[in-house]
Design a protein around this ligand. Structure first.
Ligand code: FES
Length: 331
């Protein structure tokens, strides 16, 4: 059985199965309710039920208190709906709404989708989740190595299972360590989230996502979030790989193109075999050609810092209004 949940004051609505908690359904639907542990310990998901009845309440350690219960307060991570509900709760709408967190995680899997790329899967302890917005980054610290800041490649709907993308780089001890033995034995300290490379959900303009190499990571998170929100505008993903075969998760892109009505995937290679990579103006031209048919698209660009900044400058020089461009220059 499914119930309809309406959030106040935002007006966001989403469906919630009678067998899932309100928090699970909210995050799955792209609504970032305040929360911390998701297991009934911290109290951060406490919210007021304005109308309707809560059904099953799962076990929790956090004590709500009689006075608050009488006012309708309940823990959203432990409450399943017994009817349609209206709930007054705080939601994160911008980067400033989410506090910096520090927690330990462990490596549970390292995938090798291509020779020079690794997909790192981390898991937080059962009692902690990392709260973040799609497109944001996290600092990872492993053993005595210098901290490494990476965009989260997974969806904010699951803050316990986090994904990051790494490219082989002899000058990056963190990446070298993951390539060498996966670092399964060592805890990874996480700090964050950081950055404002997030979707402006109020805007309904077409989205053009331009990824340079591992700049695909934040795009994957943004696309998964846009799918959860059921955003209806056209989405074009342009992925410049560093070399042929460098679209290390092309299967994801093709599955989005198959599943979504208005999604276009444009894989391009930086080294086009003409004696060197195209200069930023040529990249900008390749991007702008894909924008021509779209009314006032908003462009999100992510990639290694210097190439991303150069391409951003070239796009603006070629006529893209700066206020329609958002850039994540990755360290
Ligand atoms: S998120 Fe911690 S108690 Fe609900």
């Amino acid at each position: 059985m499914t119930h309809r949940i309406r959030m106040l004051p935002s007006g966001h609505t989403f469906e919630c199965e009678a067998t899932e908690t309100v928090l699970e359904a909210a995050l799955r639907s792209g609504v970032n309710l305040d929360h911390g542990c998701a297991t009934g310990t911290c109290g951060e998901c406490l919210a007021r039920v304005v109308s309707g009845t809560v059904g099953e309440e799962l076990f929790h350690d956090y004590v709500v208190g009689d006075a608050r219960r009488q006012q309708g307060y309940a823990l959203m991570c432990r409450s399943r709906p017994g009817s349609d509900l209206e709930i007054e709760a705080h939601e994160a709408r911008g980067a400033g709404d989410i506090p910096e967190q520090q927690l330990m995680a462990r490596v549970v899997r390292v995938d090798a989708p291509a020779d020079d790329y690794r997909v790192l899967h981390l898991r937080t302890p059962r009692t902690r989740t990392l709260r973040f917005l799609a497109g944001q980054s996290v600092e990872l610290k492993l053993g005595g190595l210098a901290p490494r800041r990476l965009p989260v490649a997974s969806c904010p709907c699951n803050g316990m299972q986090l994904q990051f993308h790494l490219r082989r780089d002899a000058g990056d001890p963190f990446a070298e360590r993951i390539f060498h033995d996966g670092a399964f034995a060592d805890p990874v300290e996480l700090r964050g989230p950081f950055g404002e490379f997030i979707l402006d959900e109020e805007q309904r303009n077409p989205l053009v996502l331009v990824a340079l190499d591992t700049g695909f990571a934040p795009m994957k998170s943004l696309i998964e979030h846009a799918i959860a929100l059921e955003l209806a505008q056209p989405v074009v993903l342009i992925w410049f790989a560093a070399r042929p075969g460098g679209h290390y998760l092309a299967n994801y892109c093709r599955s989005w193109a198959d599943a979504l009505d208005d999604f276009r995937y444009v894989p391009l290679v930086l080294d086009a075999g003409r004696g060197g990579p195209p200069v930023p103006p040529e990249q900008a031209q390749a991007v702008l050609e894909r924008l021509e048919s779209l009314p006032e698209p908003r462009v999100y660009l992510a990639g290694p810092a210097e190439p991303a900044r150069e391409l951003a400058r070239a796009l603006v020089d070629t006529g893209l209004p700066g206020d329609r461009l958002r850039v994540e220059a990755m360290s």
